[in-house]
Design a protein around this ligand. Structure first.
Ligand code: F6R
Length: 244
């Protein structure tokens, strides 16, 4: 596990964007695993900027997203499909048909999840998976539990995640209570993983996830077992980690 300490959010975002950009340059037809949430927004902004300057080309890139709320339409501004289009896809030359977000509009959870898993397999697996870190240690929507969930599946979101995500909605009752998410196995199968976290609010969970015991109670802790993980955090998020 490689830990990279960034000065602040902007620096974290540039470092993360550099790693993604290197992946695209080294393998132009790579498969990127993407995340939503507030943490990667500036990383995406930076990639867009480099694309606009002619330094990056997404024309052969494919992407798969980690998760999606169950029941939200593509036009719902809270859907992750919408998020990805707003924050990245519509600004770069990635082909629409090469971008895959779990289909939250499919009420058949089993079919929607199996289809997403099949897409990852057909693409030949994920070259680089970008992750954010939930306040409770979740990755994707793999919430703390008694066992590590395997492939893409439907989850009931925990109270703490619903609470955390309510900041994006008008009221907490509007936050969906279920989501489709790639499982821990789907994430761990990625060839490389890049996880980003910033701010003091993440300091406790960063220390538990990357320096604590590996336990399904802190889903991100499993990343300690992956052979190629890069953690990029700002100083605040690393303030409780046992490093200088
Ligand atoms: C988003 C996702 C989530 C977020 C996590 C952190 O696709 O899978 O696991 O990465 O909830 O969210 P932020 O970045 O908003 O703190």
């Amino acid at each position: 596990m490689k830990i990279i300490k960034a000065k602040d959010y902007q620096d974290m975002s540039r470092k993360a964007a550099n790693i993604i950009s290197a992946q695209i340059i080294m393998k132009p037809d790579c498969v990127l695993g993407l995340a939503t949430g507030s943490t990667p927004i500036e990383t995406y902004d930076q990639l867009i900027d480099w694309y606009k300057k002619g330094d990056l080309d997404f024309s052969q890139v494919s992407s798969v997203n980690l998760d999606e709320y169950r029941g939200l339409s593509h036009t719902d501004p809270q859907s992750y499909y919408y998020f990805m289009h707003e924050h990245l896809f519509k600004h770069v030359n990635i082909r629409e048909e090469a971008t895959f977000v779990p289909d939250g509009t499919n009420p058949d959870a089993e079919a929607a999840c199996a289809a997403h898993e099949e897409i990852i397999k057909k693409l030949g697996g994920i070259d680089l998976q970008l992750l954010g870190l939930g306040n409770n240690g979740h990755i994707g929507f793999n919430e703390p539990s008694e066992a590590f969930e395997k492939e893409t599946h439907c989850v009931d979101l925990t109270e703490s995640t619903i609470q955390a995500n309510s900041r994006f909605f008008d009221s907490i009752d509007q936050v969906p209570t279920q989501a489709y998410t790639m499982g821990i196995k789907s994430i761990m199968m990625a060839k490389k993983i890049l996880i980003v976290a910033n701010g003091e609010g993440k300091a406790d969970i960063v220390a538990r996830a990357f320096w604590g015991p590996v336990t399904p109670d802190v889903p991100a802790s499993i990343l300690q077992m992956h052979p190629n993980v890069t953690v990029v955090c700002d100083e605040a998020a690393l303030s409780k980690a046992p490093i200088k």
